[in-house]
Ligand binder design. Structure first.
Ligand SMILES: Cc1cc2nc3c(=O)[nH]c(=O)nc-3n(C[C@H](O)[C@H](O)[C@H](O)COP(=O)(O)O)c2cc1C
Length: 186
């Protein structure tokens, strides 16, 4: 069974996180989670909830706990996704600075040659953000900003977010049910 690590940082667009976790809840995978302090803050602001109330995640780790399993490559995660990924966390990943468990786990995924997806969220982007995205990409991360597939004609915000979650599911090699694809009959 696939084992995926989901990290939440303090960027806007928690709607995409909700949608992604709802999709994972229907998949046959093990999901573990880490949430930064800023992630908790933005979750509270945007969705009036805390990380422990989110679906799909069976085990949470404290962001300050460097002795938690994801701090070691031996924990055996197949993939990690940072959703949403703040520019601060992007900078840490791009530079290899590991000052919390999210940064360390991302660094571990890169050194192990495992899939690391960064759902980077900021607008507009300054030169440092752009340089950090390229550096993280060159180190092996997949930069995946949250953009819905409007060509699939979603009717609600939730539907729009799900079109993006499907793309993440493709990145993770998940067999997502009811997934719409361009060019396929509905
Ligand atoms: C409501 C709110 C929205 C924010 N949105 C973003 C954002 O979209 N992108 C970003 O890089 N930072 C955003 N921030 C700032 C980050 O939370 C802040 O830089 C924080 O230090 C990131 O820490 P973390 O990466 O450890 O979660 C936001 C903060 C708040 C309170």
């Amino acid at each position: 069974m696939k084992k995926i690590l989901v990290a939440i940082t303090g960027a806007s667009a928690m709607l995409y996180l909700q949608s992604f976790l709802e999709m994972l809840a229907g998949a046959d995978i093990i999901v573990h989670g880490i949430c930064s302090d800023a992630g908790e803050k933005v979750l509270e602001i945007e969705h009036s909830c805390g990380s422990s109330e989110l679906p799909a995640v069976s085990r949470w780790f404290d962001c300050r706990d460097f002795a938690a399993p994801p701090a070691s490559g031996s924990a055996g995660y197949d993939a990690m996704i940072v959703i949403p990924c703040s520019m601060g966390t992007l900078a840490a990943v791009a530079s290899g600075i590991t000052s919390n468990l999210i940064h360390r786990s991302a660094d571990v995924m890169l050194k192990e040659g495992k899939k690391l997806i960064l759902v980077t969220r900021e607008t507009p982007l300054n030169r440092t953000h752009l340089k950090n995205m390229l550096a993280a990409h060159d180190a092996g991360a997949t930069i995946c900003p949250p953009h819905p597939g409007f060509y699939l004609r979603p009717e609600t915000l939730k539907d729009a977010a799900m079109t993006f979650s499907w793309r993440l599911g493709d990145q993770l090699g998940l067999d997502t049910k009811d997934r719409k694809r361009w060019g396929e009959e509905t």
